[in-house]
Design a binder for this molecule. Structure first.
Ligand SMILES: Nc1nc2c(ncn2[C@@H]2O[C@H](COP(=O)(O)OP(=O)(O)OP(=O)(O)O)[C@@H](O)[C@H]2O)c(=O)[nH]1
Ligand SMILES: [Mg+2]
Length: 319
């Protein structure tokens, strides 16, 4: 399932493209020398109308078909669509594209017929002007729908592509604790790593492979203890953990300004998902040995990456 939709422009853009192409086409049109002036102008106006109609039809149709069909989605994607997208408005907006498409064709037919019956050049000009006005007004009427579809496209662009039916592990924890670094160390993924918090703005995916099996790892951004106040990316991470993961790696960081108390609170929250959790302690290379050993006495935590991978693989065998 792909949620990649090409950029949706504003209505003026589509009018511009259509009118420009109409001018080019009509200037290239070859007309027999025997035609009188009235016939010649009619042929040119026909060419323009047909071009405008065909450009707009194809642009509007492409918008409609570029949006994925939201039926038969997995539970995760169904929830994702439901929580991040105004589905009713989306249907309405796609319906508006269809309406504009039909209106454009209708006016094109109607004005070609008027021009065909015109007796004077002035009449042709008058009908052409009216046609352009009508078409512009149709497109203007779907301006808000185009803007809504573009907003929706941007939201869907953030949807992760999480594979179904594969053992999946989420890496969770406070900002800046080293989640993406961990993903980059135990998989071949190359996520963005920065010294400041909130670096990860989309879910990063990575894979651990054995000869016969594959585990999917999701590096998540942000914290997860405030569903009602979450931004879209946090919601996506929350739903991914809820619906797609079989296991969680919780990253503790003792070098961080985030108090250990808060880090533990978040861990407790994650237990509500009722999935196996392994605790991983990051940045042990810059912690003094005593801090690490004291922490290990109180909390069951892994510091070695090979051991961490082994635990993941063992859990995968149960899956
Ligand atoms: N010394 C040391 N630095 C680390 C380790 N893990 C992460 N860091 C550093 O900590 C900073 C944050 O690392 P990230 O991996 O981006 O942290 P994150 O949890 O993904 O951060 P967000 O995506 O913002 O939530 C970077 O400067 C990393 O280089 C580690 O094991 N040792
Ligand atoms: Mg990160």
């Amino acid at each position: 399932m792909s949620f990649e939709v090409p950029k949706i422009e504003n209505y003026k853009f589509y009018l511009d493209v259509a009118f420009k192409k109409a001018r080019t086409k009509s200037s290239q049109k070859k007309i027999g020398p025997s035609s009188d002036k009235l016939t010649k102008i009619k042929i040119l106006e026909f060419t323009k109308i047909e071009t405008i109609n065909s450009v707009l039809n194809s642009k509007l149709r492409n918008i409609i078909i570029s949006f994925p069909n939201f039926e038969n989605l997995t539970e995760f994607y169904t929830e994702l669509v439901r929580t991040t997208i105004d589905y009713k408005e989306l249907k309405k907006s796609l319906g508006a594209m269809d309406w504009a498409n039909k209106k454009t064709s209708e006016f094109s037919r109607q004005y070609k017929s008027k021009i065909r019956g015109s007796k004077t050049i002035e009449d042709i000009r008058k009908h052409s002007q009216q046609y352009y006005g009508r078409i512009s007004s149709v497109l203007k009427q779907i301006s808000k729908n185009l803007a809504f579809l573009e907003e929706t496209r941007k939201i869907m662009r953030e949807f992760p592509s999480i594979k179904d039916n594969i053992f999946t592990v989420a890496i969770a924890g406070f900002p800046n604790v080293g989640k993406s670094t961990l993903l980059s160390k135990i998989t071949t993924a190359k996520p963005e790593i920065k010294s400041y918090a909130f670096t990860t703005k989309k879910l990063n995916m990575g894979y651990i492979k054995t000869e016969t099996r594959k585990a999917q790892l999701i590096d998540t951004p942000g914290t997860l203890d405030r569903f009602n106040k979450m931004n879209n990316i946090e919601k996506i991470a929350y739903l991914a953990i809820k619906y797609c993961t079989n296991m969680i790696i919780y990253t503790f960081d003792l070098t961080e300004p985030y108090p250990l108390k808060d880090q533990k609170k978040l861990l407790k929250k994650l237990r509500e998902f009722d999935k196996p959790i392994i605790n991983y302690l990051s940045k042990t290379d810059i912690l003094d040995k005593k801090t690490v050993s004291d922490f290990k006495k109180k909390t069951k935590v892994v510091t070695d990456l090979e051991e961490l991978k082994k635990i993941v693989m063992e859990e995968m065998k149960k899956y």
